[in-house]
Design a protein around this ligand. Structure first.
Ligand SMILES: NC(=O)c1ccc[n+]([C@@H]2O[C@H](COP(=O)([O-])OP(=O)(O)OC[C@H]3O[C@@H](n4cnc5c(N)ncnc54)[C@H](OP(=O)(O)O)[C@@H]3O)[C@@H](O)[C@H]2O)c1
Length: 246
């Protein structure tokens, strides 16, 4: 199933560690050309090595997703380096700590909204000309469903993550007849830095590794899922058994 990904060009944000890095490496194993976005060049270089060792190619683009005024410059720099984008995976994110709404500080609230809701939407908007040049681009927003028994204390992170499902539906609704598609994927809990800040008390080895969630991303990026448009999906519900790269 990953054959349809060979030689595609796919941007992954948050590619320097955690889930984004694992997705980038899995794409490398599927012979994808990865455009890796994150702030720290050294960590991006480690991702590049791993993607290339897996069999793909990797262009590292150090960029701070909070620099909204520079999104246009990012697009201009990339449009001469890559012919198109076949996929965009939004994994960039940060989270300080769970805080009840009555105590959360304005700056932390805004930061969470900006990185988890404003950034993926505005990056999608600015990259749309490159995505349009692909035959069938797939855009994946990474959500995180706040379950009823665990919905408190996430403040703007929780609001942003819930809104991403609506964002994918709205993007698709505004582009009903286009070959490109938008979906939201909840990977489930994965053992990353962000997770350990959100759940400082939880034993890390009971939580799956980021690598365990990558099949669902590859499935959504591949032609195997081309019927899925504007959906909110959970990794555990996707039948990705055949998706492991050879
Ligand atoms: N872990 C989970 O259990 C879980 C569950 C559901 C959803 N998610 C979602 O999955 C995504 C990835 O999370 P993770 O757990 O893999 O977190 P992580 O290990 O902390 O990685 C976050 C990534 O985002 C990048 N990043 C952070 N701030 C950035 C900024 N301002 N500009 C550019 N890049 C930035 C980081 O790189 P730099 O520091 O180098 O910039 C890093 O590569 C997030 O959207 C998260 O909400 C995670």
């Amino acid at each position: 199933m990953t054959e349809s990904l060979t030689n595609k060009i796919i941007m992954v944000t948050g590619a320097s560690q955690g889930l984004g890095k694992a997705v980038a490496i899995a794409l490398g194993a599927a012979k994808v050309n990865v455009v890796a976005i994150a702030r720290h060049p050294k960590n991006l270089a480690a991702t590049q090595d791993a993607v290339e060792a897996a069999g793909g190619r990797c262009l590292c683009v150090p960029f701070d997703l909070y620099d909204f005024d520079d999104y246009g410059k990012l697009f201009l720099a990339l449009k001469d380096q890559i012919p198109h984008l076949d996929g965009l995976v939004h994994c960039g994110g940060s989270f300080d700590r769970c805080t009840p709404l009555q105590y959360v500080k304005l700056d932390k609230f805004r930061e969470a909204l900006d990185i988890h809701l404003t950034a993926p939407n505005m990056l999608t908007q600015i990259m749309l000309p490159l995505l349009r040049r692909s035959e069938s681009a797939s855009i994946v927003f990474t959500s995180c469903d706040m379950l009823e028994e665990d919905q408190n204390n996430w403040h703007a992170y929780g609001f942003a993550k819930r809104a991403l499902g609506y964002a994918a539906a709205m993007w698709q609704g505004e582009h009903p007849d286009k070959p490109y598609r938008f979906n939201t994927l909840n990977p489930g809990r994965v053992r990353t830095d962000l997770f350990s800040r959100a759940f400082p008390g939880l034993m890390p080895d009971v939580v799956p590794l980021p690598e365990d969630a990558t099949d669902a991303f590859l499935f959504l990026l591949s032609d195997a899922s081309k019927e899925l448009r504007g959906q909110s999906l959970h990794a555990k519900d996707l039948n990705t058994g055949e998706n492991k790269p050879n």
